[in-house]
Design a protein around this ligand. Structure first.
Ligand SMILES: C[S@@+](CC[C@H](N)C(=O)[O-])C[C@H]1O[C@@H](n2cnc3c(N)ncnc32)[C@H](O)[C@@H]1O
Length: 253
């Protein structure tokens, strides 16, 4: 097993290491939501293209801001779904009945994603299409790949009456390159929307936190947060970002 590093500030706890190894150590029925953007292991139509480093799959050659590479991108589709059902099962054990799960996917891994969240125990209740707008590069003779998806469900029956929110089920938000701290970082505005499904005070876990965008939204909304990241570079980025966000939230309170 790899070494595990831990960092805590206020009610934010971050771990650096393999998520499966860390999830195994956390307490059952203690958390209130899973909101995560796992590696997609996608953008390859063959085992050869899928074996490329993430920057070859997800960054244009002319991109100015070079990000560190990240982990978990080289599984084929079947082993990706099998592995994902393992970490989802652990998350299922960790959350209380009624807790939501929201998992990002691209178009290629969407069928695997809706399967693996159910294989891990959660219900599959729907998909939020996230339209990244026309800021996504057009493709000659094809449709622009401008959407990603958030598959969502619950452990058992949703919180419902305890948290009666009525949330938008489709999002339109461009990726702002100036805000991005990860090669495939998600806009905080998108994460702000997702965390609204979580009742006040409940702890949100993101087992693939990258630069910590879920954590930023969780802290801003007043939730305790647990984040896990395998890459030491992104762990450091998330640590600095979430420490600053937490301190800012205390100043504003
Ligand atoms: C798609 S990125 C998350 C980006 C994040 N949403 C953001 O906005 O910065 C997925 C992250 O999961 C990490 N990862 C991959 N496999 C992992 C594993 N087994 N355990 C922990 N982290 C892992 C990768 O290094 C990567 O940073």
């Amino acid at each position: 097993m790899t070494d595990i590093k831990r960092f805590a500030v206020g009610n934010v706890v971050l771990y650096q290491g393999d998520s499966l190894a860390i999830l195994e150590k956390l307490q059952s029925n203690s958390l209130g939501a899973v909101i995560t953007d796992p590696p997609y292991a996608s953008s390859g139509t063959s085992s050869l293209t899928n074996a490329q480093v993430p920057s070859k799959k997800y960054q244009n050659n002319d991109v100015k801001n070079k990000f560190p590479e990240f982990m978990g991108e080289n599984r084929d589709q079947r082993s990706f779904a099998f592995w994902a059902s393992l970490w989802v099962s652990q998350c299922y054990r960790l959350v209380k009945t009624g807790s939501p799960i929201c998992v990002f996917s691209d178009w290629r891994q969407l069928p695997a994603t809706t399967d693996y969240i159910q294989a891990g125990g959660f219900s599959f209740n729907g998909i939020i299409p996230w339209d990244k707008t026309e800021s996504v590069r057009p493709a000659k003779g094809k449709f622009r790949c401008q959407a990603e998806y958030i598959a969502w469900g619950f452990k058992g029956k949703c919180y419902g009456d305890r948290h009666p929110v009525y949330l938008k089920g489709a999002l339109r938000e461009r990726v702002n390159p100036r805000e991005k701290l990860h090669m495939t970082g998600k806009p905080v505005a998108v994460m702000d929307h997702l965390v609204q499904v979580v009742p006040p005070g409940e702890t949100i876990i993101d087992p693939f936190m990258g630069s910590g965008s879920t954590g930023v939204a969780a802290i801003k909304a007043g939730h305790p947060f647990i984040g896990i990241e395998a890459s030491p570079e992104y762990f450091e980025i998330a640590k600095k970002r979430l420490r600053a966000t937490y301190r800012d939230s205390i100043r504003k309170a």
